[in-house]
Write a protein that binds this ligand. Structure first.
Ligand code: PGA
Length: 260
């Protein structure tokens, strides 16, 4: 994994947005894997800015979101459908029919999950996947002990995740207990992965994911097995990385590295 440390959340978000824009510039009909949560908001703001100010075009883009809470209607303030619409989709020109978000209200979750996997495949697979990381090391809602080859499925959230996400609801009791989520195996098939983390609360999870053993107890650690995963962190989130100086050294030396 490549680890890129920025001083601030804004700089980190800009760098990750540029990586997404590079994919889009090379392949205007790219398939983007989208994440929700507070972490990717800066990336979305930056992509919207590039769209409005710099003409970054999303008209041929297809998207797949990682997950959705079970039981929340799409109009619910905390549904990921609503989150994506407000924070990204309504501000760029992705055709609505190209947007895919897991359904939290389907009458048949098993069939829906199989269809979601099939749709990803039909669209040619995910070119670039944006990811956050939970304080328990999860990616999407793949909680500790999730199979590292899991596919899209219904998942029971960990108490830690319910606690973490309670801040978005008026009470802890309102946080859904179940979610539908892409699996670790689904995520690992993306051609390029950008994992983002900011703030001291993520420092331990980041260190475990990047420098710990590959383990289903920290599902983000599976990314060590991915050929093109980059970790974007701010200073507080990088604070527990043992090899931090080396990561900075790599970035410093990158421009002079032999190109062929
Ligand atoms: P956050 O969530 O961005 O709101 O911290 C990250 C996650 O749980 O994946």
């Amino acid at each position: 994994m490549e680890v890129i440390i920025h001083q601030t959340y804004a700089e980190m978000s800009r760098a990750a947005a540029e990586a997404v824009a590079d994919v889009l510039n090379a392949k205007p009909n790219a398939v983007i894997g989208m994440a929700t949560g507070s972490t990717p908001l800066g990336v979305y703001q930056e992509l919207v800015r590039m769209h409005k100010g710099g003409g970054l075009d999303f008209s041929q883009v297809t998207t797949f979101n990682l997950d959705e809470y079970v039981g929340l209607p799409t109009t619910h303030e905390q549904s990921y459908h609503r989150f994506m619409h407000e924070n990204f989709f309504r501000q760029v020109n992705i055709p609505p029919q190209n947007v895919h978000i897991p359904s939290g209200t389907t009458s048949n979750y098993r069939a829906f999950c199989a269809w979601y996997e099939q749709r990803i495949e039909e669209c040619g697979g995910i070119d670039v996947q944006i990811l956050g990381i939970g304080s328990d090391g999860h990616i999407a809602f793949n909680e500790p002990a999730s199979s590292l080859s899991s596919r899209t499925r219904l998942k029971t959230l960990a108490k830690q995740t319910i606690d973490d996400n309670a801040r978005f609801f008026s009470s802890r009791d309102e946080v859904p207990v179940y979610a539908i989520t892409m699996g670790v195996g689904t995520i690992m098939e993306a051609r390029k992965i950008l994992l983002l983390a900011n703030g001291a609360k993520k420092a331990e999870a980041v260190a475990a994911a990047v420098e710990g053993p590959v383990t289903s107890m920290i599902t983000a650690s599976a990314l060590q097995m991915h050929p093109d995963a980059t970790v974007y962190v701010d200073e507080p989130a990088a604070s527990k990385l043992k090899m931090r100086e080396y990561y900075d050294w790599i970035q410093k030396k990158k421009p002079d590295a032999p190109r062929v």
